[in-house]
Design a binder for this molecule. Structure first.
Ligand code: HPA
Length: 277
């Protein structure tokens, strides 16, 4: 059987990476807006600019670096994406999720993802840390649209456990032992880049979302498609309560993310330390 175009692209990207490192980490990490601090905790052995990797998209958002980092975190080999891609930057979902596919072929079995999100659950506050238990895809698109390569995953992947129950339990244990408060909830993905209206926030609350953002869901779908386990964290950077909504600035979002980031970094690092693989 001949290789699919997608599989050829993955193989090309892996081949480039393999000229620079033979590392085969079992853990992959994607860092969100203002959340690059975990990279500082890493002992980085090799950093590869996305621009050097065939078929990798290149980041356009200034607050994002575009590098793939190989090294150790809490003594374990990891690969981390410093900087991620968003639908509102006009990438396709296939481009956005391409690095996840490459990570799988480098040996990654578990994916840790972080993002900045708005709080919809009225019990949650700006600065809270949330473990993602489930998601609602409101992107109006799906990264698996198009021909399916059955060697990568099934045509109709099951989504009954989009975020690993085992990893969620581990993250809760880690947070508890570090005395860091965590919330749990459902993440809704919107296209952006405009933030939502009051009416949209009310709608999102009604349909069961606890947080809203513009990322993570495509990466999760592709990871699940390939049989990877996913653990997702949201830092809640603003309160999206329709009745009391105030204007939000990117500066405020980034400031809240920076404030909460050390707590998230500590939990993620402890999760990596305690992970079985
Ligand atoms: N919507 C609202 N608030 C946010 C978002 C979003 O997508 N991301 C971070 N804060």
């Amino acid at each position: 059987m001949s290789k699919s175009d997608l599989r050829k692209k993955i193989d090309d990207a892996v081949a480039v990476i393999r000229t620079k490192t033979s590392s085969a980490p079992a853990i992959g990490i994607i860092l969100g807006t203002g959340l690059g601090g975990l990279a500082k905790e890493m002992e980085v052995d090799v950093a590869i600019d996305y621009a050097e990797i065939t078929h990798f998209p290149v980041s356009t958002v200034e607050s994002h670096h575009g590098r793939l980092l190989f090294g150790k975190l809490a003594g374990k080999p990891v690969v981390a994406m410093q900087g991620r891609f968003h639908y509102y930057e006009a990438y396709t979902l296939q481009q956005i999720t391409f690095p996840v596919r490459v990570m799988k072929f480098l040996g990654v079995r578990s994916l840790l993802v972080s993002n900045a999100a708005g709080a919809l659950n009225r019990k949650f506050r700006r600065g809270d840390l949330m473990i993602i238990t489930d998601h609602i895809n409101l992107l109006g698109d799906n990264p698996l649209i198009g021909p399916n390569d059955d060697t990568l995953g099934p045509r109709f992947p099951d989504m009954s456990e989009p975020y690993s129950r085992e990893l969620i339990a581990l993250a809760e244990e880690c947070a508890q032992s570090l005395k860091i408060k965590v919330r749990k909830g459902v993440y809704a993905a919107m296209q952006g880049p405009s933030l939502e209206t009051r009416a949209e926030y009310r709608f999102l609350q009604t349909i069961g979302a606890d947080a809203v953002g513009m990322s993570t869901v495509p990466e999760d779908i592709v990871a699940v498609h390939m049989g990877m386990k996913v653990l997702g964290f949201s830092i809640l950077t603003d309160e999206c309560f329709p009745e009391t909504l105030k204007p939000v600035s990117l500066e405020e979002v980034i400031a809240a993310a920076n404030e909460a980031e050390p707590r998230m970094t500590a939990v993620m690092k402890e999760v990596v330390r305690r992970m079985k693989e």
